[in-house]
Ligand binder design. Structure first.
Ligand code: HEC
Length: 290
């Protein structure tokens, strides 16, 4: 018992040391060193309210937990040498606000992702810092994601080698995020409070299921109530409400196969959606309009 306790205390002590060391070794500045820096919003304890923080790529690569591994950038890619830093360590080194329980990743295309800390602890996603020793701007740069979109300036992903069965999709969208420019932290209950307020506080089954579906499949690109979420679509929620309420057939066709209306759109098809899924989404969007 005593030995166990001692081990625990030692481990805990070592862990605290790592955290405080890494905290000390990740300098945050309030002015950018270059436009290659990772941006921090003022939700971090180390960024004063109303200001913006910056960390350099080189500083991220110097965190004690940063390592150079042979891994694949997604399951079907070839293994290459990458310098990665666990996102958990970046968070610990930055010192999140005490109340926070998740990470917000904002991307240059206005895509926004939410990663609960417990999911980060479970799957240990990496932040890619150097690919074959290069930043995205050096030499041949970084590859594009499935030949479609840039990974740069920062890319977060779960190692397909370490977690071959990992499913990228969560209740709040995708875990991997390309084109990350800015990180923030928040408390889930606070961040998503507008999804549960006013008429949304008492949603019935169908609309409540629609809320979960919207969070999982739409909110990275479409802001929900309270303008929470990503805005890649650049369509305010009111537009979705109007379609859902007054033009449900078009809403359905659009969500099932957006490329028939916008051939170049990045909005994915949803061929697997059933009548039930559409009824849920329409019930939820109608409720948000009340
Ligand atoms: C990867 C990003 C992305 C995801 C995920 C996504 N959308 Fe979109 N959506 C867009 C973009 C971008 C547009 C605007 C069309 C364009 O110009 O490409 C759009 C347009 C729309 C429109 C039409 C608005 C109009 O002006 O006619 C509807 C309705 C819509 N989305 C609903 C949804 C719903 C519901 C979901 C979830 C099931 C969803 N979208 C998921 C990116 C996305």
């Amino acid at each position: 018992m005593l030995t166990l306790l001692k081990m625990f205390v030692m481990r805990w002590g070592a862990w605290c040391l790592v955290v405080s060391l890494s905290g000390a070794s990740l300098p945050v500045t309030l002015a950018p060193a270059s436009d290659d820096d990772l941006v921090l919003d003022d939700s971090w304890a180390r960024v004063p309210t109303g200001q913006t923080g910056y960390v350099t790529r080189a500083a991220l690569a110097e965190l004690p937990g940063a390592r150079t591994v042979m891994d694949r950038i997604w399951p079907t890619a070839a293994a290459v040498e990458m310098t990665v830093v666990p996102l958990a360590e970046v968070i610990a080194a930055l010192g999140p606000a005490a109340h926070a329980d998740g990470l917000v990743l904002r991307c240059s295309d206005r895509w926004e992702s939410w990663m609960p800390f417990d999911l980060i602890a479970e799957r240990d996603p990496y932040l890619l810092v150097y690919y074959e020793g290069r930043s995205p701007r050096q030499g041949a740069g970084w590859p594009t994601f499935l030949g479609i979109e840039d990974l740069a300036p920062y890319y977060a992903f779960v190692s397909p080698t370490r977690h071959p069965d990992f499913i990228d999709q969560t209740d709040h969208g995708m875990i991997s995020a390309t084109q990350i420019v800015e990180l923030g932290v928040a408390r889930e209950a606070t961040r998503y409070a507008p999804f549960h307020e006013g008429p949304l506080a008492t949603l019935d089954g169908l609309a409540a299921q629609g809320r979960a579906l919207f969070l999982a499949r739409c909110n990275n690109c479409h802001q929900g109530p309270g303008e929470v979420g990503g805005n890649t679509s650049q369509r305010p929620l009111a537009i979705l409400q109007v379609h859902a309420q007054h033009n449900p057939d078009h809403f359905r066709n659009m969500v099932a196969d957006p490329k028939q209306f916008y051939p170049e759109t990045i909005m994915p098809r949803h061929p697997e959606f059933t009548d039930e899924h559409f009824a849920q989404l329409i019930a939820f969007l109608t409720a948000t309009a009340e």
